[in-house]
Ligand binder design. Structure first.
Ligand code: AMP
Ligand code: MG
Length: 413
């Protein structure tokens, strides 16, 4: 595997390298689960319908089922029975009569049309129809919607509120899904403390593990949280080994710069195959990617905004592919008018945090959340989108058009 790349590499190049290394999934990666435990799982095979939908010819209207042969100008048809949803008509149906029928009721045998009640005049003698009737009208035919054996969901689809009710409506009880991805996560840094512990001089709370764990859970991963690991080769080695024994993917944060206490690279040279990249994006460099003995590895930068951003932009698409979620899509980018100036210097693709809205003319506009430092995590909670400024772009003046990328479900509450 060729991971190492000198100099700055683009986000796209990094993504291509990461996703390009993933082997295709095999049958061993799949399992069958009951429908009521399948939420959030990803289909490992197309789901085929076991039934026809609708399962029988039924009425699309409240009205009268007729035989077209009985209809002539001025004909009045007595009603000789009723068909309701769940209560079909099975009685004798003499020629020259009609059957009262409700929406969803099975169409009585021999009927070739249903006339809606708004086109019927009812008298003591029977029913007279006020409009021309064509054969087949208002009858929903068996299998009109779905035929038995039709594929109703493709492979690689995440099962949620749009999919599971459909499978339930077909009577599907089990579905083939990819096994859940196991991800181990830890933060590195002597300065870090878990929430709930008083801070000593020079200490800060661990933000990144919180962010990463939450995003992993939303992506449907099983998470092993190994906590905060000290900047000590021995402790790090132990964490890496434990993580690798459990996980398909190991994610750390911090320790990937070139400071004296940054041991991540040393550990990975020892325990796996690793590429350290300086990404031509802001915030976000540096970022590590590679392989341990049994697992993939992503080393996020320590600064919380950089960690969350690189997770969102790089690890999220990587996980989607590892999880077999081929229907996953990159968040779309839209054009908006910047209504505040944006500070930028050419050289790196910049993901500023912004707030977009629609103005009175129906145009998208966007303003900055303010200070864009890579330690200002509140910029995420104020924002609803990234303002994506191309690598070569300089300062943006108010009134210029920029690209925005609305947050997807990972960052939207
Ligand atoms: P590092 O990459 O370890 O040099 O960290 C870069 C910066 O991010 C330093 O200011 C660290 O204190 C900070 N940092 C590292 N990890 C975390 C974390 N888990 N939560 C909050 N800040 C962090
Ligand atoms: Mg550190």
């Amino acid at each position: 595997m060729e991971f190492n790349t000198a100099g700055l590499i683009s986000l796209q190049e990094a993504l291509d390298k990461m996703r390009g290394h993933i082997p295709p999934k095999t049958a061993q990666d799949a399992e069958s689960v009951a429908l009521d435990t399948a939420a959030g799982r990803v289909t490992a095979a197309p789901v085929l319908s076991p039934v026809f939908v609708p399962p029988f010819d039924n009425s699309a209207m409240d009205g009268y089922a007729v035989r077209c042969a009985d209809l002539h100008d001025g004909a009045v048809l007595p009603v000789s029975g009723k068909a309701f949803a769940g209560a079909p008509f099975h009685g004798e149906w003499p020629a020259g009569t009609c059957i009262r029928i409700m929406t969803g009721a099975p169409v009585p045998e021999g009927a070739d049309a249903v006339v809606m009640q708004e086109q019927a005049e009812v008298s003591d003698a029977g029913v007279r129809f006020t409009h021309a009737v064509t054969s087949g009208q208002n009858i929903r035919l068996t299998g009109d919607d779905i035929k038995q054996g039709d594929s109703v969901l493709s492979q690689g689809v995440r099962l949620g509120a749009a999919e599971l009710p459909l499978l339930a409506s077909l009577g599907v009880t089990e579905v083939q899904v990819w096994k859940t991805l196991k991800v181990a996560v830890f933060s590195t840094g002597d300065e870090l403390q878990p929430v709930g512990t008083p801070l000593q001089e020079g200490q800060i709370y661990d933000t990144n593990r919180f962010a990463v764990r939450l995003m992993l859970e939303q992506l449907g991963c099983t998470v092993l949280d190994l906590g905060i690991i000290r900047d000590d080769p021995q402790a790090l080695r132990k964490a890496f080994e434990e993580a690798n024994a459990f996980a398909d993917l190991v994610i750390s944060s911090g320790g990937v710069s070139v400071g004296e206490a940054d041991y991540t690279k040393q550990m990975l040279d020892e325990l796996g195959e690793i590429g350290f990249w300086k990404l031509a994006m802001k915030p976000g460099k540096p970022f590590a990617f590679g392989k341990l003995k049994n697992s993939w590895f992503c080393g996020l930068p320590g600064n919380p905004v950089s960690a969350a951003l690189t997770f969102y932009q790089l690890v999220q698409p990587f996980i989607a592919q590892l999880a077999g979620h081929t229907a996953w899509q990159f968040p779309p980018r839209l054009q908006a008018v910047a209504v505040t100036p944006l500070k930028k210097s050419a050289g790196r693709l910049d993901f500023q945090r912004g707030i977009y809205s629609t103005n009175a003319q129906g145009q998208l506009e966007v303003r900055t959340t303010g200070h864009q430092g890579s330690h200002v995590f509140s910029s995420f909670s104020q924002a609803n989108c990234f303002i994506v400024l191309e690598r070569d772009r300089d300062n943006v003046a108010a009134g210029e058009i920029v690209e925005i990328e609305p947050f997807n479900a990972l960052l939207r509450s």
